[in-house]
Design a protein around this ligand. Structure first.
Ligand SMILES: Cc1cc2nc3c(=O)[nH]c(=O)nc-3n(C[C@H](O)[C@H](O)[C@H](O)COP(=O)(O)OP(=O)(O)OC[C@H]3O[C@@H](n4cnc5c(N)ncnc54)[C@H](O)[C@@H]3O)c2cc1C
Length: 434
């Protein structure tokens, strides 16, 4: 098989690459290899009744398949250079923002019209945060919602399928660079050649990507992992922030260690969900645009950034080990009342049920202090008290903490300003790169 362009991975990076090729080079022969299923076949077997925990499917329906890792996410598109990647380091801040607005327009024209754009610009919360040792990061955020996000992805696929050849349930196992440019891509069913190859394998492809870099001798670096908990509380406590900003990214510098703790992925009136990364169950959050699916709770992550220095290189391995510990103790995700954590005792269902927050995820009541390193836990507790000053009630005894939430970072591959590797025609994009 011979193609002009092969795209590996059908997450946002792969989808928008194919979309752009369709618009600018309609005559090119393009193939997309995706390890997961087509969008409509993506269904996690965990239903809370018959299947309560992860059964380690060969490819995870949440992380893999058309739409990528965020297909069933909250559908928030953050338009900012302040967080969410370092694309601006390659193409400049202005161009990066321009491209984010361009993607937003495509989403709007594929089913997202009528959805709301929120912004921190001119918000009075900036001052309130500053007065309480917190920093509110600048961003505009388009909230599509999990439901509309699905519609947009479906519409994009319907348009792309007549242009690009999609191979689902087809993992690329190996890549060879061809002398003089181009690549040979190997799957379990055979191989294909192309002049240009775009690797967009996201977080779930991070281990595979490490191998590709080792095989091809591509220089990399990796030294960061973010570890923390997901906080769930009555929506009314954060409503003054979420009504205006929807998602507020707030950063706190801890007094004791000067570590950075930040809020991440805020889901007003949303639900807490399990997430499976390489067989380890961690926690995440969703929210829906449909009023019928809204809950009375808001959830968000509090993450502590951990940077390592030489000789330690396996920051993701460190995060995985902590997540594995919570899986070992809780059989999956652990939930604890903030009051129980502060009193140094394990939560139980009786105390949680008596509380004012009804959990939206059936996790195992436990003790997060047996899982999270002291430094990380101290940072989270400090941040909860700091947030309590701008959103009183955050530090209530009944606030629920789910653990652990881990944000893994892929190895950074050395790329030029076109996101091209040292090999002509081999590009790495999306979470896999920046
Ligand atoms: C639960 C969750 C919620 C999120 N919520 C949001 C949000 O609300 N807003 C936001 O901006 N971001 C969110 N994110 C982050 C967002 O999903 C990612 O930034 C985005 O998906 C990255 O796109 P990508 O194309 O780089 O990678 P991915 O979306 O991860 O796509 C990579 C694809 O490559 C495939 N793949 C991997 N290895 C191979 C291989 N060897 N061969 C073939 N295919 C392969 C995978 O199956 C996957 O489908 C969320 C992420 C998660 C996990």
């Amino acid at each position: 098989m011979k193609y002009d362009v092969i795209i590996i991975g059908a997450g946002p990076g792969g989808i928008f690459s194919a979309y752009e090729l369709m618009k600018t080079c309609p005559d090119k022969k393009v193939a997309v290899f995706e390890a997961g299923h087509p969008l409509e076949k993506r269904k996690c077997p965990i239903d809370g009744k018959h299947v309560k925990a992860c059964i380690n499917c060969p490819t995870c329906a949440i992380m893999n398949g058309f739409g990528g890792a965020g297909a069933f996410s909250d559908g928030k598109y953050n338009i900012t250079n302040d967080f969410g990647g370092t694309l601006y380091e390659y193409i400049g801040k202005e161009k990066a923002l321009e491209l984010m607005h361009y993607v937003d327009e495509i989403n709007l024209s594929h089913g997202g019209e009528g959805t709301r754009m929120y912004s921190t610009a001119g918000s009075e919360f900036k001052k309130l945060c500053m007065q309480n040792k917190l920093t509110l990061l600048e961003a505009s955020v388009r909230h599509l919602g999990t439901d509309i996000n699905y519609v947009v992805l479906k519409n994009l696929y319907d348009e792309l399928k007549d242009y690009a050849e999609f191979f689902f349930d087809t993992s690329v196992v190996r890549i060879e660079a061809v002398d003089g440019g181009g690549c040979r891509v190997f799957t379990e069913n055979g191989s294909a050649e192309c002049e240009d190859c775009i690797i967009s394998v996201g977080r779930s492809g991070s281990k595979w990507m490490e191998q590709v870099c080792a095989d091809l001798g591509l220089p990399t670096k990796s030294n960061r992992v973010d570890i923390g908990v997901r906080v769930e509380l009555p929506a009314v406590i954060f409503s003054h922030l979420t009504d205006q900003l929807y998602e507020s990214k707030i950063v706190y510098r801890t007094a004791k260690f000067e570590d950075s703790v930040r809020t991440f992925c805020m889901n007003p009136n949303g639900i807490v969900v399990n997430e499976n990364t390489n067989g380890i169950v961690t926690v995440n959050g969703h929210s829906f645009e449909d009023p019928a699916r809204k809950t009375n709770n808001t959830n968000f992550a509090l993450l502590v950034a951990k940077h390592f220095s030489e000789p330690f290189k396996d920051s993701n391995g460190y995060g995985e080990s902590i997540a594995r510990l919570s899986n070992m103790l809780g059989g999956g995700v652990i939930v604890q009342r903030f009051g129980d954590l502060e009193r140094g005792r394990r939560s139980n269902w009786k105390r949680i049920e008596k509380g004012t927050v009804s959990p939206t995820l059936a996790a195992t009541p436990g003790d997060l202090s047996l899982v999270l390193p002291k430094r990380i836990l101290d940072g989270i507790i400090e941040m909860i008290y700091a947030l309590d000053k701008i959103a009183p009630g955050t530090a209530n005894d009944d606030t629920l903490l789910y653990g652990v939430e881990v944000k893994f970072y892929n190895m950074e591959v050395q790329l030029d300003e076109n996101l091209q590797t040292a090999y002509k025609g081999l590009y790495v994009i999306g979470t896999a790169a920046v």
